[in-house]
Design a binder for this molecule. Sequence first.
Ligand code: ADP
Ligand code: MG
Length: 244
Amino acid sequence: MITVNNLTKKYPNQVALNDITTTFPAHQTTAILGPSGSGKSTLLRSLNLLELPTSGEMILDDLQLAFNQVISNQTILKVRQQFGMVFQEKALFTHLDVLHNLTEGLIHVKKLTKAVANQQALKLLEQFEMTELANRFPYQLSGGQQQRIAIIRALAMQPKYLLLDEPTSALDPELEAQVLRILRSLAEQNTSMVIVTHNMAFARQVADRILFIDHGNLGYQGDTENFFTSDNPRIQQFLGAMTF
Ligand SMILES: Nc1ncnc2c1ncn2[C@@H]1O[C@H](COP(=O)(O)OP(=O)(O)O)[C@@H](O)[C@H]1O
Ligand SMILES: [Mg+2]
């Protein structure tokens, strides 16, 4: 489980996160929802220290970090190794084919031999029915295929937690559905995931837990169905703005 206590992130001109205290349970899917610019990415990126919060603390399983103190590079590295991350788009190495995209981290970070890395990568491609893509370069893939490979690449490193920041928002609906199906199957296998999404139907169906961020404040945390049936006016306004 990841716990954050009183997490605050200030930029020179604004407070991106204001005193967030919440948890991200292991083996569950937590969806971070909220309007544009509300601080969702900042919260997600704070978990793997791509952003350094201004104050507050984080407890990552047995590791405790206080952000009013200097965090050593060694600690940052240790934290980053617990996470896999998938961004909105264009995350693959363009000069490497799919197989080499998948084995790069296994060989250079996990120090596996090339043979073992290849074997693991091929097994994952087979598991997700994408074996035929192994020798294609990213430019030869659809956006949906690229994102599915990016997800598999993150999984190959066997991270404790998978972070996804709007992984489908650059995709057409049909390609989005392919990616969401993979994420749903990962959720069903109890993968520990935190996902920022604008897809309310997906969040409602797949998330175990909802965090609603509004102007840097935590507007809701808890049960998914309670969020979508909430009579809180701000939540209703948000959900209303997301439909037409
Ligand atoms: N590097 C930065 N410097 C200054 N302000 C930033 C920076 N990154 C984000 N912000 C601001 O912090 C707020 C939250 O941003 P972000 O977390 O990206 O929101 P969201 O992901 O919900 O759209 C926004 O108002 C954004 O402009
Ligand atoms: Mg964002």
